[in-house]
Design a protein around this ligand. Structure first.
Ligand SMILES: Nc1nc2c(ncn2[C@@H]2O[C@H](COP(=O)(O)OP(=O)(O)O)[C@@H](O)[C@H]2O)c(=O)[nH]1
Ligand SMILES: [Mg+2]
Length: 293
């Protein structure tokens, strides 16, 4: 974590006595056309949910719109402002640090462009809250999961990135580059996001590797990912290159997992198709914050 990330996470908003147990961390850069709708959808879908927007001084005024929604929902929406665009991974490191200090039990990762289905969140939160899983991943690449609206080249890139990540690192997760996740806060600290170094999409994979490697119970549940209809993607070739390099470096550091990890299935009411469970163990060490082998 850089000095800026730490400073931003510390420069907070006084703790509110009415915090709900779940916080959605929403990184934003130029999401003025999306932020209002997504905030309102999140606040309406589940009363457990608060939101922290991590905005990198978007020139389009995203943070001001978030502030306006925050004013209408006292204590439920928080806005962290960072001085400059520093990448998705960096924004999550700031947001996670803040959320953990506030004492939220469940911490959610989600894009702010409407791509992730908000209506799946209550059931995903339930799985984490009832301790069925430490990490619930909304997955495009298991039966029942889909991607809508992406052009062919973007679909191919995503498929290739996931296949590459899975084969290079031996991951059981089918959508390691995905960005829709619910963590138990204790499990997130075991995965140790502050120790990650990637700024772009490789961040998602870096964290997924840590979760599997440390024996967290990971459930994948199918989602339909819908491409944004407003605003522009921040995906660049530089971000893709960073991810490829990073994954190879992780493998060189001996972080390859054993292939063929067990993938159990469980039928979960309310989640439609069958989610998958990987890594069947979580022990008291994990809840206390101690990583397991
Ligand atoms: N704070 C912050 N958010 C970012 C940055 N880059 C991307 N995001 C946000 O991360 C989420 C995913 O980015 P997006 O451009 O939609 O990626 P795509 O869906 O893969 O094309 C969106 O909410 C973006 O606004 C960044 O550098 N800083
Ligand atoms: Mg997007």
């Amino acid at each position: 974590m850089t000095v800026t990330e730490l400073a931003v996470a510390q420069a907070v908003v006084a703790p509110s006595p009415t915090l709900a147990s779940a916080i959605v961390v929403l990184p934003t850069y130029n999401e003025a056309g999306n932020i209002g709708a997504i905030l309102n959808a999140l606040l309406a879908v589940d009363e457990r949910i608060d939101v922290v927007v991590v905005d990198d001084s978007s020139p389009d005024g995203t943070a001001a719109i978030a502030d306006a929604v925050a004013g209408e929902h006292p204590g439920r929406v928080h806005v962290l402002r960072r001085p400059a665009k520093s990448g998705l991974g960096s924004a999550y490191r700031s947001g996670f640090t803040w959320a953990t200090r506030q004492g939220y039990e469940l911490i959610v990762q989600m894009d702010a462009d409407g791509s992730h289905p908000t209506d799946r969140l209550p059931a995903m939160l339930d799985l984490a809250e009832t301790r069925v899983a430490d990490l619930v991943v909304g997955s495009r690449y298991i039966p029942g999961g889909r991607t809508e609206g992406w052009p062919l080249h973007r679909r191919l890139l995503s498929r290739a990135a996931n296949t590459y990540a899975r084969s290079v690192l031996g991951l059981a997760l089918h959508d390691p580059t995905g960005g829709f996740k619910v963590w138990r806060a204790a499990a997130l600290s075991v995965a140790d996001p502050i120790a990650t170094t990637t700024d772009g999409y490789g961040f998602q994979v870096e964290l997924a590797v840590a979760a599997e490697r440390r024996g967290l119970r990971v459930i994948e549940t199918p989602i339909t990912f819908t491409d944004r209809t407003i605003g522009e993607s921040k995906m660049t070739s530089g971000i893709a290159v960073e991810a490829v390099r990073k994954l190879w470096a992780l493998r060189r550091r001996g972080l390859r997992l054993r292939p063929g990890a067990p993938a159990l299935s469980v039928a979960t009411p309310g989640l439609g198709a069958v989610p998958r469970i990987h890594s069947s163990w979580v022990g008291p060490e994990a809840e206390k914050g101690g990583p397991r082998g």
